[in-house]
Design a binder for this molecule. Sequence first.
Ligand code: HEM
Length: 312
Amino acid sequence: MNLAHVHLLLNHFPTVGMIVGLGLFVVAILSKSDHLKRASLGVFFCIALLSIPTFATGTSARLALAKTPEVSTAMIDTHETAAFEALGFMELTGALAWLGLWQYRRLSRVPQGTLVAVLLAGLLSFGLMARAANIGGEIRHPEIRAGTDTVETAPTKPPLARVIGDGMVNLKWGWPASETVHFIGLSLLFGVVLLVDLRMLGFMKGIPFSALHRLLPWGVLGFGLNVATGILFFVGAPPNFYITNSVFLWKLVLILVAGANTLYFTVFEQPWTLGAGDTAPVAAKVAAASGIFLWVGVIFCGQMLPFIGHSF
Ligand code: HEM
C-alpha cells in the first residue's frame, strides 16, 4: 500500500461528507434544532480537516502515475486546480463552522449571519469538491467523460496550486514571510492550547473556563494561519518534497487528531461548567494532556523536517 491508495480511500470523504453535512444542516434549520445544527457544524469542521490529507495525498497519486502513458497529465493538472479551489473554500467553511460552534457556547444560539455564511460557503465547497472529484474520476474512466476528450485536449497550463506556489517562491520575501506568519500562527495556537490545557490539568485554578473560552478564537486563528501558510509551503516545494517524507506524514496525522481534539473544548458541556477553583473532570484532563502531547508532536515533526527524512 502506498499514499496513492490513501488518496483513493480519502477522496470520497469530502463529497459524501458534505452531502451528509449539508443535508443535516438544512433539516436543522427547517426544524430549528440546535442539536442538529451543532452536529452538522461539527461534520463541516471534520471534513475541512480531512480535506487537507486528501489534497496532499493527491500529489502521491500524481507521482505514481507519472510514467503511465495512457493517463493524461493535462487532466491531472485540471483535477489538481479544481481540488485546490475546492480546498480553499472547504477550509473557509470549516473555520466558519467552528465559529458557529464557539458562538453557540457563548450565546446559547448560533447567530443567523453565521448560519447563512456557513450555508453559502458549504454549498460552494460542495459544488467545487464534487467538480474536483468528478474530474478525478475521469482520469482513469474515459467512459464517464462528457464529450470527446474535452479536458484532455485543453491547452496545458500549469495547475493553479503550482502557479501560486511558484509565485511565492519567486518572490524574494515570499518564503521567509510565510515562515514568519507560520511561526506567529504556531505561537498563537500553542499559547492558547497551553493555557486551556494546563488549567484543565490543575494549574491556574482561580481562572474559570468561561474566561479561557474567550481565547479559543485566537488559537483557531493561529491554526488557520498555519494551515494557509502550510499549504503555501506544500505547493511551493517540488511535488515529491514533503509527501515522500515520513515526518511530514506523521505531522499530517497529528494535525488531524489534534484538530479534532480542539472540538472537545468548543463543544462539550463538561469543561464549560468549570468555575474558579473547580477541579476538571477526568475526561477534560485526558483531553488536555493529549492536546499538549499532540501539538508538541506537530511542532516536533515540523522542526524535524530538515533532519529526519530528506526535506531541505
Ligand atoms: C481535496 C482534494 C481532492 C479530491 C476531493 C480528489 C478526489 C479524487 C477522486 C474522487 C478521484 C477518483 C478516484 C477513483 O477513480 O475512484 C481522484 C483521483 C486522482 N486524484 Fe484526486 N482529489 C483531490 C486532490 C488531488 C490532488 C491535489 C492531486 C494532485 C495532482 C490529485 C491527483 C489525483 C490522481 C492522479 C488521481 C487518479 C488516481 C488513479 O486513478 O490512480 N488529487 N481524486
